[in-house]
Every structure is written in C-alpha cells, then in structure tokens.
Ligand binder design. Structure first.
Ligand SMILES: *Cc1c(COP(=O)(O)O)cnc(C)c1O
Length: 398
C-alpha cells in the first residue's frame, strides 16, 4: 500500500489511477493540475451524452428548486413520465425504478422468482447466466455473474444460480431443469471482453425460453440508452426480452437504475413486494426524462451506429494491422480491441498522454466514447492508440 493509500479514510477496494478529475465538458475532462483528457470511457458507459449535457443540467437545476425527494408512498409525476417514455420506446409495459445496475438486476431476479412462485404457481427459482458475464456486486448479482474473481471471499453464495459457456447451446439445454425460472444475458458481454452475442444463439435461447416457459432477462445496463446503435441492444436481434434492466447511461451520471418488464409480469409485484427509498425520486427521474428526450430528439442511437462504424473502420485500418492486435469488435460505440498480451500498461500510458479508456479483461482495450463524439475526436483517439501500441511493443522488445 502506498503512503497516500494508507492516509486515506476510504476502503481500498478500487485500484485507483493517480489522477483527480475535477471538471468535464462534452468529450473532455480536466484534472486538478489543469491537464486535459479526451474521454473514451465515459465513467464506464455512464456519461453517454458527454459531460455536463446542457438539457439535462438545466432540467436538474430547475428540479432542485422545486422538490428533491418524496416517498414512493406518493404519486411522483416525473416517475410516471420517465416510465411512459421508456415503455413507449421499448417492448416493456411496466417499469420499477432503483438506484444502480445491481439493484435493477436484483429486481429482475426477484420479479422472475415471484412470477413463477406467485402467479404461475410453479415454484421455480433458478436463474441461468453465462460465463464471463457481469451482473453486479450484490450477493445475488455477483452469484449471477459468470466470473470467479467477483465471488472470491464472499461465501456462502445464495442458491439458485448456474452459469454455462456463452454460445454453447448444448450446455444451456443440459442446464435447464424443473427449477429453472429464467435465463439472464447481456447482448454484449462488456466487462467480460466485449463479446457480442451471436444472433443465431440468441434466437435459440429465446426459443428455449418459450419451449420451457422461462423468462428471458436481458441486462442492458451497459448496452442500453443508445450505446450500441439502437436505443436498446436487444433491438439488433429481432427478439423481445420479458424483462430488461438499465442503469449507467439512463440519467447521464445521476445515479439511477430501472427494471422493465412485460405487462403479464405486473401481477407478480403486488404492493409491498418490493421497494426502494430513493428509487425514482423527482430529481433522478428529472435527469432521466431529460436524458431520454435528448437521446430521442438528437437521434443518438443512429449517431452511435454511424460513429461506431467509422471508429471500427479506422481501428481496423490503423490499429488492427499491428501484430500485437488480434481483433477489433463491438456494436455501435461499445468497442473492444483484443490484444495478444495484457494492456493495463497501455491504459496508464494513455492517461499520461491525455486519452482515457479502460480494459475489459486483461487483454482487451475497451472504448466507450460519448454518443456525440466527432470524427475529429475519433481520429485523434485512433492515432493515439496506434502510437501507444507501437511504443508499447517497441519498449517491450528493447
Ligand atoms: C455495470 C454493470 C452492472 C452493475 O451496475 P452497478 O450500477 O455498478 O451496480 C451490471 N450489469 C452490467 C452489464 C454492467 O455493465
């Protein structure tokens, strides 16, 4: 532990980078020393509209002067409006608001169990997920997560979860049993290495759900809100989930999450069955309304599709040609550069040169620019990444 970590009053559960960011505008961030950074991570897919987006800032300021918080024991007009915006633009008919991704997935797991136990009377409870998935850090959602590292030291884990390899239909079929309630999947396994789910596989998963009476839960926490070139990534696949979850980009950086479901699931959540003190407060839902309206008005999903195509094309031309790189892949503006060796040093050197991005597993560079990103900013980032990889491999050879 370094001296500054020892002096800190915080638990040291994050390996923090040695930078303090203090100001943001659009695609750019500034640290406390005045250094400027091009942001290709967006707080990990949170600030999808860039930093300090004008319409959201204005709406939040106005709401701060009106009302911050009332209990969910009362009607909250902003909540109704945010929910109807979400249902009007998705396959869902009902929304539950919470404060984070993990809580949204907890709500999804609870709804699936309760639907089977109280509405269908089947008593089913088990959720099947996939290796390399990421669903959150609460006890239930870390158990759902298909990565051992998030479970280390947290035994015993709650019962009722299984995970199988992605794209292995036989393993999935074998895992389905009389207790299975739902299958839960990300359309792009983002933390797990930016693994895009194959359309044929998802169609087969959906068919299995229909055949066995299982609910399909899609975790859109990282892929949702226009990031992948559609408002929600499931739209790429021509299927509809029974339940899907949102957080990260839903309110431009104000903490919020949502769990959305089909109308036939409404009977499962009766009054008192689930709740959250802060879920969908007037302030959080004001930020959500402004975010969703902006995404729709400015046609940001289409912009993400176009800019994502340009970014992948530029990366293929200027970065993938390097022998250090295996593959460039992704959907919209959720892009992974899979390399032959660990890339953490490249992330750190990128920060020194003024470009922020993250990893997705040890060997994958993950790029998540905001959805207004310009071609000039993309060109700048791509040439920096090409140089970073060139210099990294030159140093390693020397
Ligand atoms: C980030 C993330 C979560 C967890 O969200 P939190 O807000 O950190 O609880 C869950 N699922 C996916 C796919 C995520 O990317």
């Amino acid at each position: 532990m370094s001296a500054s970590e020892q002096a800190s009053s915080l638990f040291q559960n994050y390996a923090r980078y040695p930078i303090s960011l203090v100001k943001g505008q659009g695609s750019w961030l500034w640290d406390d020393k005045g250094n400027k950074y091009l942001d290709f991570m967006c707080g990990i897919a949170v600030t999808n509209l860039g930093h300090a987006p004008k319409k959201v800032t204005e709406k939040l300021k106005a709401q701060l002067d009106e009302l911050w918080h009332v209990s969910n024991l009362f009607h909250i007009p902003n909540q109704e409006k945010a929910a109807s915006l979400l249902t009007a633009n998705s396959c869902a008919d009902a929304v539950f608001f919470c404060n984070s991704g993990a809580e949204a997935n907890e709500a999804a797991i609870k709804l699936a169990r309760r639907y089977h136990q109280k509405v269908k009377g089947t008593g089913r409870f088990e959720i099947i997920t996939f290796h390399q998935s990421f669903h959150g850090r609460t006890l239930a959602t870390l158990t759902a997560t298909g990565q051992d590292k998030v479970k280390d030291g947290f035994l015993p884990l709650p019962a009722g979860f299984k995970s199988v390899p992605l794209h292995d239909l036989d393993a999935l079929k074998a895992a389905i049993g009389p207790d299975t309630a739902a299958i839960m999947i990300e359309m792009v396994l983002a933390e797990g290495g930016v693994l895009v789910v194959q359309p044929d596989f998802l169609k087969a998963v959906k068919a299995l759900c229909e055949q066995h009476g299982l609910l399909l839960i899609v975790d859109e926490i990282q892929t949702g809100m226009g990031r992948t070139g559609k408002l929600f990534a499931y739209e790429h696949y021509g299927i509809e989930p029974d339940i899907f979850t949102l957080a990260k980009g839903i309110a431009s950086g104000f903490p919020a999450g949502a769990m959305l479901g089909k109308g036939y699931l409404k009977d499962a959540f009766t009054p008192g069955s689930h709740g959250s003190t802060f879920g969908g407060t007037p302030i959080a839902t004001a930020a959500m309304i402004a975010t969703i309206e902006t995404i729709l008005e400015d046609q940001l999903p289409q912009r993400a599709a176009d800019m994502g195509e340009y970014l992948i094309q530029q990366l293929n031309e200027k970065v993938a040609v390097h022998p250090f790189v295996n593959e460039v892949r992704g959907l919209g503006l959720l892009i992974g550069i899979e390399c032959k060796e660990p890339v953490n040093d490249i992330v750190l050197e990128g920060q020194k040169r003024g470009l922020l991005f993250v990893t997705a597993g040890p060997n994958v560079i993950r790029l998540l620019p905001n959805l207004y990103i310009s071609k000039e900013e993309i060109d700048q980032a791509v040439s920096m990444i090409a140089e970073l990889i060139h210099d990294h491999t030159a140093v390693n050879k020397a």
